[in-house]
Ligand binder design. Structure first.
Ligand SMILES: [Zn+2]
Ligand SMILES: [Zn+2]
Length: 395
């Protein structure tokens, strides 16, 4: 069992204990995880932590349960946005931890408890040394995992008045050395979209299937056709995936020929143009299949993530900040296959998503055995503060 009050030591190169308030905050957040769009308690805990750190302004309920803390400089200058994410996942924790999740079936398995803590740690540093020029906007964003939060924050009237010049966010990444900085220009994380296909026919007695309109054969056809889409609409050098993730047909009633079905798929690509084509072809195949089987069709898109594309200037800022701190830099050869809601903020405000290595052997994100590695709290807040210094010309 990890001991509650004994803050872990940093890796040797960081030579010293971590801030006990931040470690306590991280564990408090870990114990009380909240799913996307339910992060009310999480936002309240963060607000309570931030209040004594006297931000120039603190806005609640931004784009849902989002929180925005602003530190104003003495003279005008650039507006920097730093983002953390509030939500946990519908995954049961398999670890025995003293700070373990107290909500069955829900836990922080993406490390957003750590990301929030890092950003709260940046608020401590900004409270101690406010920016001389410009301003720093700390955004605690809701609903990252469902791809809804960033768009809602951008549309919020409070946020619209801020007009950031640059945006940065960190995400911890298992599989890379602890505390290393993972960075690349251009596409960093992939685009993805969820497609829900509903087929409506008519039930009949199972003894007389010809009197109804069963979607069974249409479901079988669509599972095949969606799975085959990537190779039919991409060139060799393009990357695309279509994964059928769920299918449901009728009821479990042996006397009934089914009348309804649902098929769900996740589409994924490195590039917005490729996923646009993939989505269009998926809609065409669904329409043609529904028509061929005399079924009514309903299509719904959900969890739509744009690709996260890092601006070269923002990457240069992070590279300089990491070098000053002596952090190891890794440059992955290609984009990551997963998606991040930060893509919406990065493309709008010319920003960068930065990976922070969580350890080569650390359990994967979204796996039941994952827990945020606490040495990253200190590394993360120093890196983000370094990005502020670099961007606002303090160094
Ligand atoms: Zn996640
Ligand atoms: Zn995440």
């Amino acid at each position: 069992l990890a001991d509650e009050h004994d803050a872990p030591l940093l890796p040797p190169e960081w030579g010293g204990p971590q801030d006990p308030d931040l470690v306590a905050l991280r564990r408090r957040l870990h114990r009380s995880p909240e799913l996307s769009n339910q992060e009310e308690g999480t936002a309240a805990v963060i607000a309570e932590f931030l209040e004594p750190l006297e931000p120039s302004r603190l806005y609640r309920s931004v784009g849902g349960h989002g929180l925005v803390a602003i530190y104003e400089g003495r003279s005008p200058g650039l507006t920097l946005l730093l983002r953390a994410d509030l939500d946990a996942l519908p995954i049961a924790e398999s670890l025995e931890l003293r700070h373990g999740s107290e909500l069955p079936g829900v836990s922080h398995k993406c490390g957003h408890d750590g990301h929030m803590t890092i950003l709260a740690g940046v608020a401590q540093l900004l409270h101690a040394s406010p920016p001389p020029t410009g301003r720093v906007v700390l955004l605690f964003q809701p609903a990252e995992e469902t791809g809804e939060g960033a768009a809602r924050v951008i549309a919020d009237p409070i946020f619209k008045t801020l007009e950031p010049d640059r945006a940065f966010a960190l995400h911890n990444l298992p599989g890379f050395p602890l505390g290393s900085v993972v960075l690349r220009e251009g596409t960093f994380a992939s685009a993805s979209r969820g497609l829900i296909i509903r087929l409506n026919g008519a039930t009949s007695h199972a003894a007389e299937p010809a009197r109804g309109r069963s979607p069974a054969l249409a479901v079988a056809a669509l599972i095949n056709e969606l799975s085959a889409l990537p190779q039919l609409c991409t060139r060799l050098e393009q990357v695309a995936q279509a994964t059928v993730i769920h299918a449901r047909l009728g009821e479990r009633a042996f006397g009934t020929s089914p009348g309804q079905a649902t098929v769900m798929a996740t589409l994924r690509a490195h590039d917005e143009a490729v996923i646009d084509t993939l989505a269009l072809r998926a809609e065409e195949r669904a329409a043609a299949t529904a028509m061929a089987h005399d079924l009514e069709l309903e299509l719904e898109w959900t969890e739509v993530f744009p690709p996260t594309v890092n601006a070269p200037a923002a990457v240069a800022t992070v590279t300089a900040a990491a070098a000053r701190l002596g952090l190891e830099l890794s440059r992955p050869a290609g984009p990551f296959a997963w998606s991040e809601d930060f893509g919406r903020l990065a493309s709008r405000f010319s920003g960068a998503l930065v990976g922070l290595g969580a350890g080569l052997e650390h359990p994967a994100l979204h796996s039941p055995g994952y827990d945020f590695p606490e040495p990253l709290i200190e590394v993360g807040r120093r890196l983000l503060y370094g990005i502020i210094e670099q961007s606002l010309g303090i160094v």
